[in-house]
Design a protein around this ligand. Structure first.
Ligand code: ADP
Length: 275
């Protein structure tokens, strides 16, 4: 079975400070997934199983940032925080609905799985997450579509749960299935020595086995310069420690998702402990 993560940077206009879908990418990627199924099984019997995880992009980050979801707060601020939670949850849910509508229009039998309705975290790490229903949907040939969301947190009351952490948790805990591939589509070719959008001399790292491969901090300010990338790699290195490899590919480039799904060779970074 395959777990495919579609980054918020690909499905939304992530730099926008209001929620905006990248319909061009969404339609193309849905077609690539549809074509993969046509190749895989002309009877549309999705026996191998696919789980799609997607990020929140501009549907989540502006609210989560504005309301500082996941940051400690004073009791009297809880009212405002709750509204921030509601707005974020509602917004990422809308993105998920749009994505599922598009997948359904390409005859992909997807089912939306809403994290905030059954997952909780403890200090931002997944605490409760029952995978039974996802397994049942997979058994019936559905494609579960789960996404970055806000959830209840036992320490912080509310927290942001990234699609990357969800992917890691599923890959680690879905014992009843053999995972053949984990593919993460983002808006750059993979993991670079430094941010490729800011540095022309950044080099693509074909195999990432440690955080030391990457320049994480700005040497002058000591600030994390990787944005979401470092969090992603940390999750994937946890899987690599268990012998589960994953690929980071550029989903902005036509055909790469299709080829990666078919396990064809694609330009990527492989997150692995096998150097
Ligand atoms: P997504 O929304 O697709 O999950 P993120 O926006 O969280 O992805 O992370 C991808 C972004 O990380 C890229 O657009 C890139 O600008 C940034 N980035 C920072 N440092 C690096 C690095 N060393 N290698 C690759 N990308 C990096």
């Amino acid at each position: 079975m395959i777990i495919l993560k579609l980054g918020g940077s690909v499905l939304t206009k992530k730099d926008s400070n209001h929620a905006e879908v990248n319909y061009k990418n969404l339609n193309r990627i849905a077609t690539e997934i549809h074509n993969f199924f046509l190749v895989k099984d002309s009877n549309h019997d999705f026996a191998d199983g696919l789980i799609i995880v997607h990020g929140a992009g501009s549907f989540g980050h502006p609210y989560a940032q504005k309301y500082q979801i996941g940051k400690p707060f004073k009791r009297e601020e809880y009212g405002e925080k709750r509204i921030g939670f509601s707005k974020t949850q509602n917004s990422v849910n809308k993105l998920n609905t749009i994505i599922c509508e598009c997948l359904i229009s390409k005859k992909i039998p997807c089912v939306s799985i809403q994290p905030s309705s059954f997952i909780t975290t403890n200090n931002k790490r997944i605490n409760t997450f029952n995978l039974n229903l996802i397994v049942k949907y997979l058994d019936e040939g559905f494609v579960p579509v789960i996404y970055g969301d806000v959830v209840l947190d036992t320490k912080l009351k509310v927290a942001v749960l990234s699609g990357d952490q969800i992917l890691q948790y599923i890959a680690k805990n879905l014992k009843s299935r053999k995972i053949n591939e984990i593919i993460l589509g983002t808006d750059v070719d993979g993991v670079f020595t430094k941010n490729p959008k800011k540095h022309n001399n950044a080099k693509l790292i074909r195999k990432v086995s440690s955080l030391e491969d990457i320049e994480v901090l700005d040497s002058t300010t000591n600030i994390d310069v990787t944005g979401g990338m470092i969090g992603k790699i940390k999750e994937l290195l946890e899987l690599a420690d268990l012998g589960i490899e994953s690929k980071i590919i550029n989903a902005n480039k036509e055909g790469l998702i299709a080829n990666a799904l078919l396990n064809k060779k694609v330009k990527c970074s492989l997150i692995t402990k096998n150097k």
